[in-house]
Design a protein around this ligand. Structure first.
Ligand SMILES: O=c1ccn([C@@H]2O[C@H](COP(=O)(O)OP(=O)(O)O[C@H]3O[C@H](CO)[C@@H](O)[C@H](O)[C@H]3O)[C@@H](O)[C@H]2O)c(=O)[nH]1
Ligand SMILES: [Mn+2]
Length: 756
C-alpha cells in the first residue's frame, strides 16, 4: 500500500521535525535563561472584595435575626412558645448552612489551557490514554446511546495507537455486546470521516441529529451506514435476541442460555486490537483499541454498583493497555469536543505545576435541557459557581463522569514531592501477548472473588459502600495529598442526558443527598478526615453537599409551621412597623436577589430561576428527607445501599410534556403525596389568613401576621403547577386521584387540629 507507506514516512518525518524543533527550543531556553512555557493558566475571579463586604453585611443580618429570636421568646404558658423555639432552630441552621456555602464564593478561580503549546511538542511524547465507559441496563440505557458515546470517545483528535476505549457492561447483556460489535465495524468509516472533515461533535447520534441540510455523497453514505446500524441495533434490542447466524462468531460464543445480568461469568472481548496491522480504518490509519468487559456477577456476591465496575475496569485495562491516564465517562456522556484529551493533558504535562495534579474534572452538562429548565437539572450554578469555588481551594470534587485521572492515584498512590510520572509508559514496547491471552488474563482479574481479602474498594480503586462513590473517592485522593482542577472550556467537553421527569430527578437527588450525608456522618467526614490535609474552604465546600439532606427538616418546618400559626393567629415574625423587620427583609431579599443574579449569570433564564427555587423546595421536602431516612436506616443496619439508575429514555407523551415544560407526575409515589400535602396545607392556611383579614378588618388588624401571609402566599405561588396537576390537568402526567385524596386528607387534618 504505497499511500500508507507515504503517510507513514511523512509522519516519521514530521515527528522527526518536531523532535528537532523541541531540541532547538530547549537549547535556546538554556542559552537565554528563558523560563518554561506554562501549559495552563489560573485566573482569580475579580470583584471579590465587593462580594466579601456584601457577605459580611449578610452575616450581620443573620446575627441580628438570631438575636431577635433569642430575646423575644414567648414566655411559659404563652401561645407559640414551641413554634418559636422551632423556628429559631431552623434559622440557626439556615444561617449556619449559609456560612458553609460562602466557601465556594470566597476565592473562585478559572483555568485556561494552552493546547497550542502542547501541540508544538513532539506527538510521540503524549501519554497513552484509557477511556472507561460504564453502562448497566440495556433498557434504561439504550445500546445505540451507549455506542454513540463510545464512538465519540474513539474519534478523539489523538493518536489512535495511544487510545484504548473500554465499555463496562454491568448487565452483561449480549444486546449491548452486539451494539458494540456493530460499532467496531462502523468505527472504520466513522473515525476517518470525523478526522477528514473535522466533525464536531463526534457522537454520530448527536452529529446527525443536529444537521438536516443535505450534504455531499460521502456525508450521506456515512449517515446511511449509521442509520442502518442504529436500526439493526434497535430491532435486536426490541426482539431481545441477536441474529441466529452470529451466535457462532467469536465473542458471541461467550453467552450461553441461562445467563442473566446477575449471574454470569466474566467476559472480556477485544473487538479492535490497536496493535493489529489488519484493524485499520477505511483511510488506512490505525484505530484505537476497543474492549468489551462484563465483570463476573453471582447472586451471592455483592457487586458494588458503579464503583465495582470501575475497579474491574482498572484491573482489566492494566493487563491490556495500562495507560497512565484514565478518562471516565457515564454511558450517556458523549464527547462534544474532540480536543478534550489534549486539553486535559495540559494540566498533567505542565512541567512546573502539573506534578501534584491528580485529576482534571470537566462539568457535567446536558444536551436535553429545555429553555426554562423545569426540573433545574442543568447544574448551571454548580458548574459556574461551586466548581470554580472548590477549585480555588485546590480541589474540584470528582463527579463520576468527564474526569481524567492519573491511573496511579486510582490505585492508591500517595502524593510525594519526588514522584514523577512516567508518561511514556507503554508508548513503546507494547505487550506482545496475543489478544486471546490478554482476554483470559483480564478475565481472571474481574471475578467475584478477586477482591476478597484485598484493599480494593477501600484503599485501592473507587471506594465502596457509598451512594456517591465518586465524591468520596475524590476526597480520599485529595487527602492523600493530590490536587485536582476543574476546567470548563468554551466548547463543552461532554454532554449527557438529564432526567426528564420529576420522579427521576427527585430519585437522583435522593441518591446524591444520601451519599453525601453518609460521608458527612462517617469517619470520612471532610472535617475529620481532611484536617491538616485539605484547606478549610474545601472541607466546608464538601459540606455544602454533605448537609443537603439535613436541610430538609428546617425547610419542612418553615413551610408548615408559620402557615399553621397564621391559621391560628400566632405571630412568629416582627410587625412591619418594627425595626426588627429590617434584618429579616435584608437577609431574605439579599439572599434571593444575589441568587437570582448568580443564576442569570450562570446561564439560566428568569423563569428558569423561579423553577429552580421550586425544585429546591421539592427536593428538600422529598429527596433530602428520604436521603436522611435512608442514611439513618443504613447506620442502624436496617437497610442496604441501592443504586437506582437514572433512565436515559422517556416515552412519547411524557417527552412531549417535557419539551413543553409541563410537570410530569403520573404515578402515586409517596414523594408526590408529601409535595401535594404541603401545597394544599399552605393553600388552606392562606385562605384562612385572608378570611381573617376580611373579618378582622383591614391590614392593621393583621399587622403582626403580615410576614406569615406573605410567606404563605409565596409558598402557594411556587406550588402553582402542583394545584394544576391536582385539579386542572387531565393528561397522564397529572397527579392521580389517590394522591389528591391523601394529600387533601393530611392537609385538612393538620388544619383542623390547629384550629381546634
Ligand atoms: O450498578 C451500576 C450502576 C450504575 N452504573 C453506571 O453508572 C453511571 C451513572 O449512573 P446514572 O444512573 O446515570 O446516575 P447519575 O445520577 O446520572 O450519576 C451521577 O452520580 C453517580 C453517583 O451517584 C455517579 O456514579 C455518576 O458518575 C454521576 O454521573 C451510568 O453510566 C451507569 O451505567 C454501573 O456501571 N453499574
Ligand atoms: Mn447519569
Amino acid at each position: 500500500m504505497p499511500s500508507l507507506w507515504l503517510e507513514h514516512s511523512l509522519y516519521a518525518n514530521l515527528s522527526h521535525e518536531h523532535k528537532r524543533a523541541r531540541e532547538k527550543r530547549e537549547e535556546r531556553r538554556e542559552k537565554m535563561g528563558e523560563s518554561y512555557e506554562p501549559l495552563f493558566e489560573t485566573k482569580k475571579v475579580k470583584g471579590r472584595l465587593a462580594y466579601k463586604l456584601f457577605a459580611c453585611s449578610m452575616l450581620v443580618g443573620i446575627c441580628l435575626i438570631w438575636l431577635y429570636r433569642a430575646t423575644h421568646v414567648p414566655g411559659w404558658g404563652e401561645q407559640g412558645r414551641w413554634a418559636w423555639m422551632g423556628i429559631f432552630a431552623a434559622e440557626l441552621w439556615f444561617g449556619f448552612y449559609w456560612i458553609i456555602t460562602q466557601s465556594v464564593r470566597w476565592s473562585p478561580v478559572y483555568r485556561h489551557t494552552h493546547t497550542e503549546k502542547l501541540s508544538q511538542r513532539d506527538e510521540t511524547e503524549l501519554p497513552n490514554v484509557d477511556i472507561f465507559v460504564c453502562t448497566a441496563d440495556p433498557i434504561a440505557e439504550p445500546p445505540t446511546l451507549v455506542i454513540s458515546t463510545v464512538l465519540s470517545a474513539m474519534a478523539y483528535n489523538y493518536p489512535p495507537e495511544k487510545l484504548n476505549v473500554y465499555l463496562s457492561d454491568d448487565a452483561g447483556s449480549v444486546l449491548t455486546f452486539y451494539a458494540l460489535w456493530e460499532a467496531s465495524h462502523f468505527a472504520k468509516h466513522w473515525i476517518p470521516f470525523c478526522k477528514k472533515y473535522n466533525v464536531e461533535p463526534r457522537s454520530p447520534a448527536a452529529y446527525f441529529s443536529n444537521l438536516c441540510n443535505p450534504h455531499d455523497a460521502e456525508w450521506r453514505f456515512i449517515k446511511n451506514l449509521y442509520e442502518e446500524m442504529a436500526d439493526r441495533i434497535d430491532s435486536v434490542v426490541m426482539l431481545g435476541k441477536i441474529p441466529e447466524e452470529l451466535s457462532a462468531n467469536k465473542g458471541f460464543m461467550e453467552w450461553s442460555s441461562g445467563m442473566t445480568s446477575r449471574n454470569h461469568p466474566p467476559i472480556v472481548q477485544i473487538l479492535i486490537d490497536g496493535r493489529d496491522q489488519g484493524s485499520i480504518g477505511s483511510d488506512g490509519n490505525a484505530l484505537p483499541t476497543l474492549v468489551y468487559m462484563a465483570r463476573e456477577k453471582r447472586p451471592q456476591h455483592h457487586h458494588n454498583f458503579k464503583a465495582g465496575a470501575m475497579n474491574a475496569l482498572i484491573r482489566a485495562s492494566s493487563e491490556i493497555s495500562n495507560s497512565p491516564v484514565i478518562l471516565n465517562l457515564d454511558c450517556d456522556m458523549y464527547s462534544n469536543n474532540s480536543e478534550s484529551i489534549r486539553d486535559a493533558l495540559c494540566f498533567f504535562l505542565d512541567e512546573e505545576k502539573g506534578h501534584d495534579i491528580g485529576f482534571v474534572q470537566y462539568p457535567q452538562l446536558f444536551h436535553n435541557i429545555t429553555k426554562n429548565d423545569l426540573y433545574d437539572n442543568s447544574l448551571n450554578v454548580i458548574t459556574k459557581v461551586d466548581h470554580p469555588g472548590l477549585d480555588g481551594w485546590g480541589g474540584s470534587i470528582y463527579i463520576g463522569t468527564g474526569c481524567f485521572h492519573r491511573r496511579e492515584i486510582l490505585c492508591g498512590r500517595k502524593y510525594s514531592k519526588d514522584y514523577r510520572e512516567d508518561w511514556k509508559r507503554g508508548v513503546e514496547g507494547k505487550t506482545t501477548r496475543s489478544a486471546c491471552v490478554l482476554e483470559e488474563r483480564a478475565k481472571s482479574l474481574i471475578t467475584c472473588t478477586y477482591e476478597h481479602n484485598t484493599q480494593w474498594g477501600q484503599e485501592i480503586g473507587l471506594k465502596y459502600d457509598c451512594a456517591v462513590e465518586d465524591v468520596i473517592t475524590g476526597l480520599l485522593i485529595q487527602c492523600r495529598g493530590w490536587k485536582s482542577v476543574f476546567t470548563n472550556p468554551p466548547r463543552k467537553a461532554f454532554l449527557g442526558v438529564a432526567p426528564t421527569t420529576l420522579a427521576e430527578s427527585l430519585v437522583q437527588y435522593k441518591r446524591w443527598s444520601e451519599g453525601n450525608f453518609q460521608i458527612f456522618l462517617s469517619k470520612y467526614c471532610p472535617f475529620i478526615l481532611g484536617r491538616g490535609k485539605i484547606k478549610l474552604g474545601l472541607r466546608m465546600g464538601y459540606c455544602i453537599y454533605g448537609l443537603w439532606a439535613p436541610n430538609s427538616l428546617p425547610t419542612i418546618y418553615y413551610l408548615v409551621i408559620p402557615s399553621l400559626c397564621l391559621l391560628k393567629g400566632i405571630s412568629l415574625f416582627p410587625k412591619i412597623t418594627s425595626p426588627w423587620l429590617v434584618p429579616f427583609a435584608y437577609v431574605a431579599i439579599g439572599k434571593h436577589v444575589y441568587g437570582l443574579v448568580e443564576s442569570l449569570q450562570s446561564g439560566n433564564t428568569l423563569a428558569g430561576w423561579w423553577n429552580s427555587q421550586r425544585m429546591w423546595i421539592l427536593r428538600r421536602t422529598t429527596s433530602f428527607l428520604y436521603g436522611i431516612i435512608a442514611t439513618i436506616l443504613k447506620l442502624l443496619g436496617i437497610s442496604k445501599m441501592g443504586f437506582t439508575i437514572t433512565a436515559k429514555v422517556s416515552d412519547g407523551d411524557a417527552s412531549k410534556r417535557y419539551e413543553q415544560e409541563v410537570m410530569e407526575f403520573g404515578s402515586s409515589s409517596s414523594m408526590f403525596v408529601i409535595i401535594a400535602a404541603i401545597a394544599m396545607l399552605n393553600f388552606f392556611c392562606l385562605v384562612g389568613g385572608l378570611r381573617k383579614l376580611v373579618i378582622d378588618g383591614g391590614i392593621m388588624g393583621l399587622e403582626p401576621l403580615f410576614i406569615q401571609i406573605l410567606l404563605c402566599g409565596l409558598v402557594v405561588a411556587i406550588h402553582l403547577p402542583i394545584y394544576e396537576a391536582l385539579f386542572m390537568r387531565k393528561d397522564k402526567g397529572s397527579l392521580p386521584p389517590s394522591v389528591a385524596f391523601l394529600s387533601l386528607g393530611f392537609a385538612m387534618l393538620a388544619s383542623l387540629l390547629t384550629i381546634a
